[in-house]
Design a protein around this ligand. Structure first.
Ligand code: SR1
Ligand code: MG
Length: 422
């Protein structure tokens, strides 16, 4: 683009403004009169266009200078596009094929031109339609293990890690959103909070629950003060696109250095919420139960694959600042190396459960909810689904250190689902 002052694109101006960019014309051709642009953004923050010609299609994502969900009363810096671009590049290196290819980045216009994923759909929509996806759990377990390991002090040397941490530290406004919406707002009467009216009694109990409030602040401290690895930062089921057998991760604009358990915790929380929302989407009891079990099997497999892949990387690629081979393998001390790995995975597991718990609570009480629940029109049914999620969320946050393994977590999830809490 020749103009450098930021200006939001429109479906009318897009072709003219982007028509000179070689990276795009290589995909769409030079005849911009044949290009069409549709704005398809359904997230909370940005403009997203699908631009098509008879030769191909690309996605153009542009940051707006405010939070789209709320409007211009809530300004938000454009630089988040820079962090999204930088995160996409790192994720592509660390887990090739897991994210859309980036064709072009324009920092002044806060826009990224990237691969149009087709026939992919947003996983959250698919979970509302009762669809199953082959390889979903495997890919997400691998994605988390590879990006979290390779973005950490276990893989990076001191200078690289420090420089990259400093770079992403500037994504502060997005961290501030997470710190407030996820860890604090649900626990008091914050301005933008909203919830289904039938939840009033449980919400009052939760806001008076000292153990829960402290647990949420402990998780906030883990998030705000720990730079273990480069996180995606917003890894929910709306940030995943799927076909029957392919899984891709999108939207890492909340990327920041933080604790390993954060991404994977957010991820499993969103599967648990989809699990509890199914009474609002599948009326047949048997079909619903089968589908709910499939969702739980995805959670189990994500965690199993994560552990396996993380362990493989620990044993084969641990060349960073922490747990140097010179202290372990080089001295023939393989046992200590395995012991340290087990302890590391244990601490990720505990953090993961804590982050999953607060994510489930915030998606029901804070500003940004989830479509699985929002689309349940019957308020009594919606409150029942959301209430179960709140109960599991509370248990995961407060008792995160007490679960023997994922099997115990799933047993509790099922027990909460079976009970009529009305
Ligand atoms: C104001 S942004 C609200 C939420 O949308 C994003 O997807 C993040 O999850 C954020 O918390
Ligand atoms: Mg997003």
């Amino acid at each position: 683009m020749t103009d450098t002052a930021y200006e939001p694109l429109t479906t009318e101006t897009l072709a003219k403004r982007l028509g000179q960019i070689t990276a795009i014309t290589q995909k769409l051709g030079n005849d911009i009169s044949g290009w069409t642009a549709d704005e398809v953004g359904d997230g909370n923050l940005n403009l997203v266009f699908i631009v098509r010609s008879d030769q191909g299609a690309v996605i153009v994502k542009q940051a707006l200078p405010y939070v789209r969900l709320v409007g211009d009363a809530w300004p938000l810096p454009l630089k988040r596009a820079f962090f999204e671009y930088n995160a996409l590049i790192r994720q592509a290196e660390r887990d090739p094929g897991s994210v859309p290819k980036v064709y072009h980045f324009d920092e002044a216009q806060a826009l990224i031109v990237m691969e149009f994923l087709s026939p992919h759909v947003i996983l959250r929509h698919s979970l509302m339609a009762g669809k199953r996806h082959q390889g979903l759990a495997r890919r997400m377990g691998e994605f988390c293990a590879r990006t979290l390991f390779r973005g950490s002090d276990l893989s990076m040397d001191t200078m690289r890690k420090k420089a990259d941490t400093a770079l992403f530290l500037d994504n502060g406004e997005l961290c501030d959103i997470t710190e407030n919406l996820v860890f604090s707002d649900p626990y008091f009467d914050a301005e933008m909070n909203h919830h289904t009216p039938g939840l009033d009694p449980i919400v009052a109990r939760m806001r008076a629950d000292i153990d829960l409030k402290i647990a949420a602040q402990q998780m906030k401290a883990r998030f705000a003060t720990n730079t273990e690895t480069l996180l995606h930062g917003d890894l929910h089921t709306g940030s995943i696109m799927v076909t029957d057998d392919e899984t891709m991760v999108i939207d890492p604009e909340f990327a920041t250095y933080g604790p390993m358990g954060f991404d994977i915790g957010m991820l499993i929380a969103n599967f648990f919420m989809a699990y509890y929302a199914q009474p609002g989407h599948i009326p047949d009891a048997k079909m619903r139960a089968d589908y709910q079990e499939w969702i739980l099997s995805v959670i189990t497999e994500i965690w199993t694959v994560f552990q396996d892949e993380f362990s493989r990387l620990w044993r084969s690629e641990r060349r960073g600042i922490l747990y140097q081979a010179s202290l372990f393998e080089d001295q023939g001390d393989h046992l200590a190396c395995e012991q340290a790995l087990a302890a590391h995975i244990d601490h990720i597991f505990t953090d993961m459960l804590g982050f999953a718990g607060v994510e489930m609570i915030r998606r029901t009480l804070s500003l940004a909810h989830i479509a699985e629940n929002d689309t349940i029109e019957n308020e009594t049914l919606r409150a029942a689904c959301e209430g179960r999620g709140l109960r599991l969320g509370r248990a995961l946050a407060v008792k995160r250190g007490d679960f023997a393994g994922m099997g115990a977590v799933l047993s509790l999830a099922r027990a909460i689902d079976r009970k009529d809490w009305a």
